[in-house]
Ligand binder design. Structure first.
Ligand code: MSP
Length: 615
């Protein structure tokens, strides 16, 4: 069974190079090595890393298959409306999807809703609606919020769909026929809010709001109940050593690495078999066990199979399934890093390429909860801060390793300083009629900005440093995106924007005389370099703030086909090559790139209750 693992599959693919090098840092070292040995441009490097069919690439195995990328979000429970935590999961995956598209991948991006199980059954009961109508209503709410947040999903899956029922039934039958499912009795703790079984060491004593003694899950804090039921069990215990091997052979499969260590730690303990069905008398809302209508399939088994349903399991999944990458929140790591791989191993299917884990959002220092009334409604947030503003904040501030805190005020400050002032200001300066009356992509003059700072040009040492930083930016950003560290990518871009603003400030082009030939050449060169910087920032920002990036690139006159990763060739005139943008007319939209957000519009949050609750 081990042969289905990433590295083993790579070995089988015959390619001697990049396929084997999944760790980005190794790839960066390879890149440096290539650069030292030969003269290869960053775009060739990118092509090499991603096995694109280019003549100078060392890869020999350029199959169509290696260009596929499949990214998923968890599917969202429909017992409550979407909040910013959900949108964060989706925006994180969306950023990766858009980034891969820019790199020329054929990328699929799946999201959707998790609609079965006890907690949905109970929520539907409380709403007085029939379960399916209830699910449809809330699922549509998720769909709308995602569309509004510019989440470019290619597949939206609901676990109540017929295609999914068929996939789950087939998956169950495979597991059962291979002897991994048996009839038994489960006796132990169950948490309905988490839909999770817990061992005695995972629960602790507590009291409820009425002062009654209860048991709660140590991890989630949710109430647990004792249950004893005859149901089907999955031989999870059989997979402990295989899971350990998988993680040891693939040290970067769970990212950030601290979560991989956590899973390894969990696997050091006993791994009891897992109950994978509930008696129909307790749970009606779900998929029946094939051949036993008195039992309903455990909601997590049902839900996890969604990732296969989307890619056509059991008929057509093979090609896309090998490209699977999951984005998950830290609370559902056990399900994705232990249960799911074990189910896949049992079914004889390849394991995911990567599990990207992110931490959670708190609001003004507190966990988001309905009772505190501090749940942040993403639609309201987008109303106040715009789609790009919210996306930028979430990805700029969200750190996968640790929880992040959301404050309206923080969003305002960050967007105003980095998007409106720094980036918007820079665009304004380079495209202002006063400096750029012809409204064109200004010309670069090599004598003003010669290759070496000693050659008597006008550029100074800091300008060369800036060119160096911006040239190195694409590789850096790529590395950060690959590591789910959009915040670091945005930090690096922001630092470069600052350098470019410093460049303009330093040379004060508004003080130059347009009627003087030399001054004019230098002025145009300053504009050209700055426009080139903006073009690079615009391309790199597309996965994060697609609307704003589009506006900026359109203003620069950059055509849609010139906005992909291959176009990240910075300042080619400086290297003595022809620049296709020179003298080209700028785009006509002279509107503000990002309007400053007003603090007064931000309503104090503490104590305010959200309007849109499903029940
Ligand atoms: N239905 C399951 C997932 C099944 S996937 C096969 C589920 N749903 S959920 O709606 O509760 O959570 C969906 C995602 O939202 C999870 O990744 C979870 O971590 C994330 N978030 C929920 N609250 C969050 C925050 N406060 N902050 C960030 N992400 C949060 O679990």
């Amino acid at each position: 069974m081990l042969y289905s693992y990433t590295r083993s599959s790579c070995l089988k693919m015959k390619s001697p190079c990049c396929h084997l090098i999944s760790n980005i840092s190794i790839r960066v070292k390879l890149f440096r090595y290539i650069l030292n040995g030969r003269h290869v441009s960053p775009s060739v490097h990118v092509k090499c890393l991603y096995n694109r069919p280019v003549s100078r690439c060392f890869c020999t195995d350029h199959t169509q298959r290696s260009k596929l990328y499949y990214i998923t979000t968890p599917i969202f429970y429909v017992n409550a409306s979407p909040h910013i935590g959900h949108v964060y999961s989706a925006v994180t995956a969306d950023c990766l999807h858009r980034y891969k598209l820019l790199q020329g991948y054929e990328s699929r991006f799946a999201t959707g809703t998790d609609e079965h199980g006890l907690k949905i059954q109970q929520a539907a009961g409380l709403s007085g609606k029939d379960p399916l109508s209830f699910c449809t209503e809330v699922s549509d709410r998720f769909k709308n919020v995602f569309r509004r947040s510019a989440i470019l999903y290619t597949d939206y899956i609901r676990t109540t769909e017929e295609r999914h029922r068929q996939a789950v039934e087939h998956f169950w039958t495979v597991l059962h026929s291979k002897g991994f499912i048996y009839k038994g009795t489960y006796e132990g703790w169950y948490s309905t809010p988490d839909e999770s079984f817990l061992t005695p060491t995972q629960v602790t004593d507590s009291t409820d709001s009425m002062g009654r003694e209860i048991k709660i899950s140590i991890e989630s804090g949710h109430k647990v109940e004792w249950m004893k039921e005859e149901n089907y069990m999955f031989r999870l215990s059989k997979f402990r050593s295989e899971l350990l091997n998988w993680l040891r052979l693939n040290p970067n499969v769970i990212h950030p690495v601290k979560f991989q260590h956590l899973v390894l730690q969990w696997l050091e303990d006993d791994l009891p078999d897992l109950s994978v069905s509930r008696q129909k008398s307790r749970l009606r809302w779900g998929i029946s066990v094939p051949g036993d209508p008195e039992q309903i399939i455990y909601v997590w088994l049902d839900a996890l199979v969604n990732y296969l349903t989307v890619v056509g399991y059991p008929q057509n999944h093979v090609e896309w399934w090998t490209a699977a990458h999951h984005v998950v929140g830290k609370d559902i790591l056990k399900f994705h890093a232990i249960y799911w791989p074990a189910f896949l191993l049992a079914a004889g299917l390849p394991l995911p390429q990567k599990i990207y884990v992110h931490s959670h959002w708190t609001v003004e220092g507190k966990k988001m909860s309905k009772s505190l009334g501090n749940v942040v409604d993403p639609s309201e947030a987008m109303e106040k801060f715009t789609v790009d503003g919210l996306r930028y904040f979430l990805l700029r501030q969200g750190v996968p390793d640790s929880d992040c805190d959301y404050y309206d005020d923080k969003v305002v400050k960050m967007c105003n300083s980095e998007l409106a002032d720094a980036l918007g200001g820079l665009l304004n300066r380079c495209t202002a009629l006063s400096l750029n009356p012809k409204q064109v992509y200004a010309e670069f003059c090599n004598t003003c900005f010669p290759k070496e700072s000693l050659e008597g040009g006008k550029a100074v040492l800091e300008d060369y440093r800036m060119v160096e930083s911006v040239s190195a930016l694409p590789v850096l950003v790529e590395q950060h995106f690959e590591n789910l560290q959009a915040y670091k990518a945005l930090e690096a871009i922001t630092a470069c924007v600052r350098q470019t603003n410093g460049f303009i400030q330093r040379h004060a082009p508004w003080k130059l005389d347009r009627n003087d030939c030399k001054d004019k050449q230098w002025l145009n060169t300053i504009l050209h370099v700055s426009l080139e910087c903006l073009r690079i920032y615009g391309i790199l920002l597309q996965p994060v703030v697609p609307g704003l990036a589009d506006k900026m690139l359109s203003r620069l006159g950059i055509k849609p086909e010139e906005r992909n990763w291959d176009s990240l060739n910075f300042l080619v005139k400086y290297k003595g090559e022809d620049c296709p943008f020179e003298r080209r007319a700028l785009g006509p939209d002279r509107g503000i790139l990002f309007s400053r957000l007003e603090r007064s519009k931000v309503i104090p949050r503490i104590g305010t209750r959200q309007k849109s609750k499903p029940h």
